[in-house]
Design a binder for this molecule. Structure first.
Ligand code: COA
Length: 273
């Protein structure tokens, strides 16, 4: 269902939403849902070419768009991107800190630099985003949404680095919710599950195993970027005006401890008996 059939079409009219990593994947999906509801969009990412393509998609939905090439690991670049956004649209109302990096790697093979890269993009990058956005959010009594993952609360094989980063982010989120409540700023996380047609899924799902993986999700299917976008719109909207410091898990039930391999083995055992 389209987001415009679920929420008022002008829900974010006159509001500015800044999305880090907004040039592709789940983050672009989030940006598009806000665009469809009338928001101005500011997106940053490492590749200007990718941002230009994303900006076209957002403009086609009626949004005004500001793009800035910035690696979230570079604080000065993030500050400059947010200053550019402020100049174009005024202070932001919503920050979505979505920029992330991932690759599967066994712990004993992970290099120091590999671990550092993911921690720097996911955790330091998220800190940079909230730190640079604070004055704008304070002015608008805005909201912040982190893009987390099930790895933050369930250990996944070959994902030690991502688990460390996302668990750190979720704790940072709770810390901020506590500290910034007095400024009227709400801070939450979304933990997406397996979302179809994303870079993350391409990297993590072994080829040819799509159907097996789907059957391990309680809802029996992968999610869509729009389903994450809709949840992001909900969290940033007045519908969630008393929601802060929480992780909203949007994963079809995939991270429930009884799902996945345990259910699979039980089903096999019952078939045999
Ligand atoms: N397995 C093991 N180590 C890996 C790896 C893999 N598949 N991919 C990268 N690394 C290691 C590199 O070997 C390097 O370590 P080294 O110097 O000890 O050899 C380190 O990670 C940094 O790699 P590099 O490619 O130089 O980093 P980068 O800063 O250009 O890219 C990444 C960062 C590695 C996170 C890259 O995957 C990326 O840019 N990802 C963004 C997109 C993404 O992951 N989207 C999905 C989000 S869910």
């Amino acid at each position: 269902m389209l987001v415009t059939q679920l929420f008022a079409k002008d829900l974010f009219a006159g509001k500015t939403v800044f999305v880090t990593g907004g040039g592709s994947g789940i983050n672009l999906g989030i940006a598009k849902n806000f665009a469809a509801l009338g928001a101005n969009l500011s997106i940053c990412g490492r590749s200007q070419e990718r941002l230009d393509g994303a900006a076209e998609e957002l403009r086609a939905l009626g949004a005004q768009v500001c793009t800035a090439a910035a690696d979230v690991r570079d604080f000065a670049a993030v500050e400059a991107a947010m200053a550019k956004s402020k100049e174009q649209f005024g202070s932001m109302h919503v920050l979505v800190a979505g920029a992330a990096g991932n690759f599967p790697c066994p712990a004993e093979k992970l290099s120091s630099n590999g671990f550092r890269s993911v921690l720097e993009i996911d955790t330091l990058g998220t800190f940079h985003a909230i730190r640079a956005a604070f004055e704008q959010l304070k002015e608008t009594h805005g909201s912040v949404t982190f893009i987390s993952a099930g790895q933050a609360f369930i250990p996944y094989p070959w994902q030690l680095h991502v688990g460390a980063a996302k668990a750190g982010n979720d704790n940072m989120m709770r810390n901020l919710a506590m500290e910034w409540g007095k400024f009227g700023i709400r801070v939450n996380s979304i933990a997406p599950g397996p979302i179809a047609n994303t870079e993350g899924m391409k990297r993590l799902m072994p080829e040819g195993m799509e159907e097996d993986f789907k059957s391990a999700v309680p809802l029996g299917r992968f999610g869509t970027v729009d389903e994450i976008g809709q949840v992001a719109c909900f969290l940033a909207s007045p519908l969630a005006s008393y929601v802060t410091g929480t992780v909203l898990v949007c994963d079809g039930g995939q991270n429930l401890p009884g799902s996945g391999m345990w259910s699979f083995l039980l089903a096999q055992a019952h078939k045999m008996s």
